[in-house]
Write a protein that binds this ligand. Sequence first.
Ligand code: GUN
Length: 407
Amino acid sequence: MSGNKTYTLVRCRFIVDSENIVENLNVIIQGNVIKSIGHEIEGDEIDCSNYVVIPGLINAHTHSGMMIFRGYYDDSELADWLSRIWDEERKMTQKVMNIGSEISVIEMLSKGTTGFVDMYFNPEGVKEIAEKYGIRVEAGYTFLDSMMEPHEVDSRQRKLSRTNYFKPIVNVHSIYSTSVDTLKLAKQLAEETETRIHIHVAETRNEIFQSKKKYGKFPVEFLHELNIVEISQLVHLGWVANWELEYVEMATHCPTSNMKLATAGFFPFIDMIEKGKNVTIGTDGPSTNNSLDMFREMKNTVLLQRHSYWDTRIKALHALKSATEEGYKLMGIKGGKIKEGYMADLVLLDSDQLYPLKKDRIVSNIVYNAVGENVSKVIIDGKIAYERGKFSARKKELLSLIDNILI
Ligand SMILES: Nc1nc2[nH]cnc2c(=O)[nH]1
């Protein structure tokens, strides 16, 4: 199905987004946008009577190139894990990162992810891969002082160009792995290249102690003093003070990674939603999650909140909204809703995996019961980017390559 075509998803069993649930209606796709939802049919027809259609899922934080580290030095503390990983990353080639990113992209796409935010060291490769598979991505070089000289990061980043599927963002690993000068350079770069900063913040209690000791401030407070927090997407944020929240604009929750690394804390999901902040969900990398399945992540988002806060203020719908509408908002794309004029980025789920098929249960069944394997087709930018089984030969090829270079 080409992106210039008009076609209709006919008799969708359910069409579900963060605002509406409708049954047995058609979605007309014209070019790369949703033209209408109703009873009309235009162009080619795709029978969707056995599909539940949802907006594409945005994985708001991952490290796609880390596929080679999946399961490596697992089950250790974040600080120990990081120092070992950094030693390995200093020896890693772009080729190895790109193989990892391509496997990650195939995995994400096949599980309903239509866009992702990537923090690693191979954005040129990621850009090519994103264009090849037609998946949306925001990526950039990463400021991490022990890995690359900051001015080198700055000059490489300025050469990255924006394309239809790729947007450069300024990645900063964290406040504990970069100097104040690096943070200032990153801020200037983000402003001059008109993008945002994407940074791990307040991931562990130890980070808070270190920040207090070194800067006399909490991490978010410190970034606020540098006028950085307002233009930043803050990832993890499990150990943020309530009064710091007023400075935060964009935050991303990675519940599985936080639980696995025993760093979980209390990501203030509902508090931030109530304050009108942009709250998104990410899997984190294939080595700290280790899955790249956003369905699991939606479920774990709800579960971790309920476990931490001992209440049920967070609902399944919040998780769905964060993974769709809020993800698109973060990326600055008119998508994440199944509505006239919105981007035709859609996921078709097998309805027989979402039983009982009842209007008042469908969101629960998507968030708490669905898994990536229930995805049958993925449409991005009006084109069918994935159908079950597609890319399995390429994935096998890539896996055999990675098996031969495993550390
Ligand atoms: N959770 C987590 N994952 C990472 N992957 C690479 N760096 C990090 C980090 O600092 N935290």
